[in-house]
Design a protein around this ligand. Structure first.
Ligand code: CA
Length: 282
């Protein structure tokens, strides 16, 4: 694939994102905002849990279902993973083996102490640590931030677990937990729509290339900006784009390295990320 061809392809993907912004995918987590019960100011919950946190299991220690004690990210309630000591919660959801999912949540810290909050989030063999700096935050100004990462289901039942790391009360606060499928084909464009988008994108990309090739960093060989196929393949069932050839400038700008790559579709958008685990030199 010539460099311009890849640029044309990226151009058409960008074009498509405006046309095919998808509807919000279904949240697979039940009671992800912890709004299913009235937690008053706050209620401390011990294993095996209580009606304060329906659909969730307290995995260790104790946690607090927090109502009015501090401001939630969404609705009235959130969870402090440090109850009387460090604690954790989990929820198991039905998944399809091999499908990609994205977990998203909001996090902050209980302002009853100012030390940094530490939390581990694990799902399907993925384990991530998160830290929250309490500087400048209060019960009314929690400074909620949104975090997100993707995982691939290895079982038909997948457990998502949030665990406080440092053994403290006044712990990490979480709210608004969502898991969405990245391969929900009901929100993807049809193959016909995609083919039309490809053709429109190629036509517009070529027109742009021909009008001002230097401005878009395109190197044109003796054949010019031809209509030769890009060979990139999009699979709506997996949300993957396979690109067999991509030219990348070598170190210090010397030479060209050719790679085979895959792109993975993000949730809720026709936007793609490079799959760093599958970059293969040609
Ligand atoms: Ca909430």
């Amino acid at each position: 694939m010539k460099k311009w061809q890849f640029i044309c392809f990226v151009y058409l993907l960008n074009l498509s994102s405006a046309t095919w912004a998808t509807e919000k995918n279904t949240n697979l987590i039940v009671n992800g905002s912890f709004e299913a019960a009235d937690c008053g100011s706050y209620i401390t919950v011990s294993p095996p849990g209580s009606s304060s946190l329906p659909s969730w299991t307290v995995t260790e220690g104790t946690v607090d279902c927090v109502g009015s004690y501090f401001v939630a990210a969404d609705g009235q309630n959130s969870v402090d993973l440090g109850g009387l000591e460090k604690g954790g919660i989990s929820q198991t959801l039905a998944t399809t083996i091999g499908n990609h999912y994205q977990v998203t949540f909001d996090m902050a810290g209980n302002p009853c102490s100012t030390d940094a909050k530490l939390m581990n989030v694990s799902v399907a063999g993925e384990s991530r640590n998160f830290q929250f700096d309490m500087t400048g935050h209060s019960h009314q100004n929690m400074g909620w931030v949104t975090e997100s990462f993707a995982f691939t289901a290895k079982e038909s039942q997948t457990t998502l677990t949030f665990t406080q790391v440092n053994d403290k009360n006044c712990g990490m606060a979480i709210d608004n937990v969502r898991v969405v499928s990245l391969t929900d084909t009901s929100t993807f464009p049809s193959t016909d729509d995609y083919d039309k988008g490809v053709q429109d994108g190629i036509s517009q990309g070529i027109a742009q290339c021909e009008a001002n090739p230097t401005s878009c960093g395109i190197t044109i060989d003796s054949t010019g900006c031809s209509t030769e196929a890009t060979h990139a393949v999009y699979d709506p069932k997996t949300g993957q784009v396979y690109i067999p050839f991509i030219d990348v400038p070598g170190a210090l700008g010397i030479g060209i390295q050719v790679y085979e790559v895959y792109l993975l579709q993000r949730a809720n958008a026709f936007t793609f990320d490079l799959d760093l685990t599958r970059i293969k030199p040609r």
